[in-house]
Design a protein around this ligand. Structure first.
Ligand code: FES
Length: 179
């Protein structure tokens, strides 16, 4: 069975840009020769696709049964107030956080549970919001720093490039293998 390339392409664009940007959809429309309004009508059928830019970090408040009975809706509203989200908006004005509700996060013992990117916070109350956001940003910045260091460690430094060049120059013309 042949799979139409539209959905895989939409998934790829959503992963790349974290939303379906108008320019990306226009380009896709040209490539696949499908009118943009048809693409949008297909994409809007799936909740997974977004048409507005997403924040750098995702806050997911669990509203599954265990969290719901412990005040998950109130906590969600408190997050929305704290992030100063306008009605109908889910992303803070600084583009740092996008807020959403999710079904069970699989850690009901921690109700109310909140996931921020890959970090889970348990027994969260509205009063905890400033503390956990601050804690999260501290962890996230430490992770970004160590990831940047790991990338930098893999880059050849100027001195290693020079040494490699000198070695190459000396080995030029010499047989590389001896029998
Ligand atoms: S119901 Fe919230 S983690 Fe299960």
């Amino acid at each position: 069975m042949m799979i139409h390339p539209l959905l895989p392409e939409l998934i790829r664009l959503q992963r790349r840009d974290r939303y379906l940007a108008p320019e990306a959809l226009a380009e896709l429309s040209r490539q696949l020769e499908i009118p943009v309004n048809r693409i949008i009508s297909v994409a809007s059928f799936y909740q997974a696709f977004r048409f507005k830019p997403c924040g750098k970090h995702q806050i997911k408040v669990c509203i599954g049964a265990a969290c719901y009975v412990k005040g998950a809706e109130k906590l969600y509203d408190a997050f929305a107030d704290y992030l100063k989200l306008a009605p109908g908006e889910d992303t803070s004005a600084d583009g740092l956080f996008t807020l959403s509700k999710v079904a069970c996060l699989g850690c009901c013992m921690l109700a109310v549970a909140v996931q921020i990117d890959r970090h889970i916070f348990g027994h969260v109350t509205p009063d905890d919001i400033p503390r956990i956001l601050e804690e999260f940003l501290r962890m996230s910045s430490a992770e970004e720093t160590s990831a940047a260091k790991a990338v930098a460690a893999q880059q050849p430094t100027a001195i290693t490039v020079i040494i490699a060049f000198i070695r190459f120059s000396f080995s030029w013309g010499k047989p590389q293998f001896r029998l």
